[in-house]
Ligand binder design. Structure first.
Ligand code: NAP
Length: 283
């Protein structure tokens, strides 16, 4: 499959979670390749602001709002885009997030919402775009995952389960559909600075960024690289991220000790306390 068949003039990408955080930066990088980018998220006002900023910078973008935790929303969104634009060549499953609360303090309904947003909604969107991609023999899916599970990142049990789940899904999907022209990549993000949920929480808690955080712009660049080079997995963190991930898999007991030593547990405890004091959980 040639890159020019996925990105560039005449091609359409759908980016979820594009109303704030890392998503607008992903949309910006894809738009720079030419082609049309459709932004989605729940907040129409925020999507409109992002879309007008990108349009002013010369990008070809449009937006459609959708709540991906609502039954049928993913399919309705894809059908609406296919009616308006004709097809989707690239789907970036970026929408996601974690309530940042202790597992025992949440209900199973809250846990299921986290799974729906981070794991089930991406699968629903893939179900919806796949028939068109297969009929054209062309398409690429980029799923945005996280290092949370690998690093035993404190208080992210359900989120880590969803994000590890999408890694396994992507590997198997890629093996099954690449021969039919539809490929898939997964980006495994460490902590991200400059935009996104992690940065927002650190700002609110008055915490400084750390050396292990990667700039938010690097995620957008990684999406383009994953598509252009048809990469299976990219780890987004400073230093030898893939090596760290492999070491963590080999020594799963290392994560908690490392989090304790690096102060991550203490930082997360501070964020959890702040979170518990707020009513507005993100999912
Ligand atoms: N930031 C980090 O440090 C970090 C680290 C590892 C992985 N990640 C992953 O990177 C991705 C982007 O994260 P971020 O930090 O940019 O998060 P963010 O700033 O909180 O943005 C989340 C995006 O998802 C959308 N969204 C949330 N709930 C939704 C729903 N029910 N339906 C549709 N859209 C919904 C939000 O839009 P609306 O509110 O308008 O719906 C927003 O555009 C996520 O998958 C996250 O898990 C981030």
């Amino acid at each position: 499959m040639k890159t020019s068949e996925i990105l560039g003039p005449g091609r359409t990408a759908l980016v979820t979670g594009a109303s704030r955080g890392i998503g607008p930066l992903i949309a910006q990088q894809i738009a720079q390749e030419g082609g049309h980018v459709v932004l989605t998220g729940r907040s129409a006002a925020e999507l409109e602001a992002v879309a007008s900023g990108l349009t002013e910078a010369g990008a070809h973008v449009s937006f459609l709002s959708a709540d991906l935790t609502e039954p049928g929303a993913a399919q309705a969104l894809v059908q609406a885009i296919e009616r308006q634009v004709g097809r989707i060549d690239l789907l970036v499953n970026n929408a996601g997030g974690d309530p940042l609360r202790e597992f025992h303090a949440m209900t199973i309904e809250e846990n299921l919402r986290t799974l729906q947003l981070n794991l089930v909604a991406p699968l629903e969107l893939i179900h919806a775009v796949l028939p068109g991609m297969l009929s054209r023999g062309r398409g690429h899916i980029v799923n945005v995952s996280a290092m949370a599970g690998r690093l035993s990142f404190p208080y992210t049990e359900v989120y880590a389960g969803a994000k590890d789940g999408i890694i396994g899904f992507t590997r198997v999907f890629r093996g099954d559909y690449r021969a039919h022209g539809v490929s898939a990549s997964v980006l495994i993000l460490g902590a991200i600075k400059g935009a996104g949920q992690g940065q927002r929480m650190m700002d609110r808690a008055g915490l400084k960024g750390a050396a292990y955080m990667a700039p938010a712009q690097s995620v957008g660049r990684a999406v383009v690289k994953a598509v252009k080079r048809d990469r299976a997995e990219l780890v987004i963190m400073p230093g030898p991220g893939r090596l760290l991930r492999a070491v963590m898999d080999y020594f799963p007991g290392l994560g908690p000790a490392m989090n304790q030593a690096a102060g991550t547990r203490a930082t997360m405890q501070k964020i959890i306390e702040l979170r518990d004091a707020e009513a507005d959980a993100p999912v």
